[in-house]
Design a protein around this ligand. Structure first.
Ligand SMILES: [Zn+2]
Length: 516
């Protein structure tokens, strides 16, 4: 019988690991990596054999209307070839022999088998083209137990025993750093622990705080039952709001209240610039170390090449990696803040379905930097927790960016046209704000916005206020994304104090450039 699922959240605690324990952990992770690769290979092999069976092709040729017959044939084949999670668990028990058994317990091995199976299942369903084997250099960075009673587990003392906690794996007891004054941690630790995950992360160097001699930090992720802590400052609004998410902008228009047009994660810019500088440094170092691998025009030569990495190069690479981690952590925190701002306006959210693949092709740099898909995923989780709903309506049927509610007509606009203005008298209104407004008044049955004249009049003033706010920010010198449709503030301000017009003059027997 399938067990009913309960809500789950994570509590992350840093671990204090001494040199001896770190050595053990590294060995455990290496053994887990080898086992994972073996399981992945086995699952791929089983999939290959199953697909080579003529009955597989026959089953695929069955029409989709014969649902039961199709499903029965596929499940028969899966059972025969041992392509299931439980068959993989059995294989994991078998494969966990000799030296690997000294490092990885059976529960952990089964969890690795589940992980490998799920990776291969994505290939089976056509969601992925291949699986990734973990190389020695990259390694495996997390292992988890199945329950909190055996294998990897977390032991927490009661308050009168001293309130300390340890992650226990085999003979090692790794003390966790617990900040009992943090209400988030305190709430998390008062729940039932389902199981524990041990995570290792690369620090900037081996001398970083809490890092072992190879520059790894360790932490325990407790998977606990219940709902995460909600800080008192995070209100939950009641109302309907429309969102329009762009690769670097977000427009929020509630049915009542203030509308906003915001750049997405604008605070990340200095970090991105620092990252870019490191990338350029890395490239210069790579070229200086391996001049033989480039042709005269500075392109990488073809064929198999041997690359030399200097110590300086490796140092820059580590710095870049740690810059990237900081960037990701900052982005996640900004996403969280924005999610709370949105949820404070309302929890019935309407937005258009996004096509991330298309976006990644067209706006790769911006999507990579701002991760709008991750933001939406975060929003969906938070909204579900607060009891609201997030409606994603398909763009192909609603076509909100082409719609005009005044005349009810759909008209395509080029992407460069950032303002909506129609001959029927609607507008001018900023395109993203208008799309968000339309989606907030969308009728979910007909997928056509239903807007009364009075609603539009009140909304128009709100949208205008949002634009005025943006204008004020642009005048103050903030650099805004081009998609806002505002003349860029950065372009209007002089770049430096020096005048562009210079003239040459003789002074004290030498030529000087003097500003006019
Ligand atoms: Zn119109």
């Amino acid at each position: 019988m399938k067990r009913s699922k309960t809500p789950t959240f994570l509590v992350e605690l840093p671990l204090q690991v001494n040199a001896q324990q770190a050595k053990h952990l590294r060995a455990h992770f290496e053994a887990a990596r080898c086992l994972y690769n073996a399981l992945l290979g086995e699952a791929m092999q089983r999939l290959k054999l199953m697909r080579a069976d003529p009955r597989w092709q026959e089953a695929r040729r069955l029409p989709r209307t014969q649902k039961q017959e199709r499903a029965a044939t596929f499940s028969q084949l899966r059972e025969e070839y041992g392509f299931s999670e439980y068959a993989m668990h059995a294989f994991a028990t078998q494969a966990r022999t000799s030296w690997i058994a000294d490092h990885v317990d059976s529960n952990t091995a089964q969890k690795l088998a589940t992980r490998a199976f799920q990776a291969v299942l994505r290939v089976c369903f056509g969601q992925a083209r291949q699986v990734r084997f973990k190389s020695r250099g990259r390694g495996l960075d997390s292992v988890e137990g199945k329950t909190n009673t055996s294998g990897i587990r977390f032991v927490l003392q009661t308050p009168d025993e001293g309130n300390a906690g340890w992650l226990v794996w085999q003979h090692d007891h790794l003390p966790a750093l617990i900040d009992w004054n943090d209400p988030v941690v305190k709430h998390g630790l008062s729940q039932r622990i389902k199981y524990v995950r041990l995570v290792r992360r690369r620090a900037s160097s081996s001398r970083a705080q809490g890092a072992d001699c190879e520059g790894f930090r360790y932490c325990a992720q407790l998977v606990v039952e219940g709902l995460p802590y909600t800080k008192p400052k995070h209100r939950v609004g009641t109302g309907t709001l429309g969102l329009d998410l762009g690769p670097s902008t977000i427009a929020i228009v509630p049915q009542e209240g203030e509308a906003r047009l915001l750049p997405f994660c604008a605070e990340l810019k200095p970090k991105q610039q620092a990252k870019r500088r490191l990338q350029r440094k890395l490239d210069r170092q790579r070229r200086a170390n391996n001049p033989q691998n480039y042709d005269q025009r500075g392109r990488v030569s073809k064929g198999r090449l041997a690359w030399k990495d200097s110590h300086g190069y490796e140092k820059t690479r580590r710095r870049l990696a740690s810059q990237d981690r900081k960037l990701a952590a900052h982005r996640k925190s900004l996403h969280g803040r924005l999610v709370h701002e949105v949820v404070a306006c309302g929890t019935t959210i309407m937005t258009e379905q996004l096509s991330y693949c298309a976006w990644q092709k067209q706006y790769g740099k911006s999507v990579g930097a701002h991760a709008p898909g991750m933001f939406l995923e975060h929003l969906r989780r938070t909204v579900a927790r607060t009891g609201g709903s997030l409606h994603e309506v398909p763009t192909t049927t609603t076509k909100l960016s082409q719609y005009c509610h005044g005349c009810g007509q759909y008209k395509r606009k080029p992407l460069s046209q950032r303002w909506h203005q129609c001959t029927c008298g609607i507008g001018p209104v900023q395109r993203d704000l208008y799309a968000a407004f339309l989606s907030c008044s969308l009728d979910l049955r007909t997928l056509v916005p239903s807007i009364a004249q009075a609603t539009w009049e009140s909304a128009e003033t709100r949208l205008r206020a949002a634009i005025e706010d943006v204008q004020a920010r642009a005048t103050a010198g903030e650099v805004l994304p081009q998609s806002f449709g505002m003349p860029r503030a950065g372009a209007r301000l002089p770049r430096s104090r020096a005048s562009d017009h210079q003239e040459l003059r003789f002074r004290h027997d030498r030529v000087e450039a003097v500003a006019r």
